[in-house]
Design a protein around this ligand. Structure first.
Ligand code: DAT
Ligand code: MG
Length: 140
């Protein structure tokens, strides 16, 4: 597997509880490098564009509301097999099903307030990185 980049978000439930550093430590311990990072506060409409793929799901409105409720930290992680590795470090969507030692097992509050987002494929990683970052902001 080659070196990849993936897009990550530290979500409102985590920024609010001052967990940015603890979550970044997990990424770095897994060999993922933070090659871009910024703190932003999305509007509900911007969150809606980001999560448009879930527009028909019953939790969509609540999800967009949550993502706009507090600042978030958006970042680009780089490393060997970064997309799969990041998903592994994150743990399952539902923290009740997440493995020991994963971010969601340790920090997530619920299936909705689950502390982190990570891209699920190379195509979505590229789209998501481009939505939040310009090329000049990616410093590998
Ligand atoms: P993931 O974030 O693990 O990629 P996903 O893409 O299926 O999961 O869903 C995106 C987010 O939507 C997820 O992180 C939290 C929210 N979500 C998913 N399923 C949910 C549910 N059943 N109830 C409430 N929120 C949910
Ligand atoms: Mg997803």
């Amino acid at each position: 597997m080659a070196v990849q980049r993936t897009f990550s978000i530290i979500k409102p439930d985590a920024t609010k509880r001052n967990l940015t550093g603890a979550i970044n430590a997990k990424f770095e311990a897994a060999g993922l490098r933070i090659v871009a990072q910024k703190r932003i506060h999305l509007t509900k409409a911007q969150a809606g564009v980001f999560y448009a793929v879930h527009a028909e799901r019953p939790f969509y409105d609540e999800l967009c509301e949550f993502m706009a409720s507090e600042p978030i930290v958006v970042q680009v992680l780089e490393g060997e097999d970064a997309i799969a590795k990041n998903r592994e470090v994150m743990g399952a969507t539902n923290p009740a099903e997440a493995d020991e030692g994963t971010i969601r097992k340790e920090f997530a509050l619920s299936i909705g307030e689950n502390s982190v987002h990570g891209s699920d494929a190379p195509e979505t990683a590229a789209e998501e990185i481009a939505y939040f970052f310009s090329g000049l902001e990616l410093v590998g």
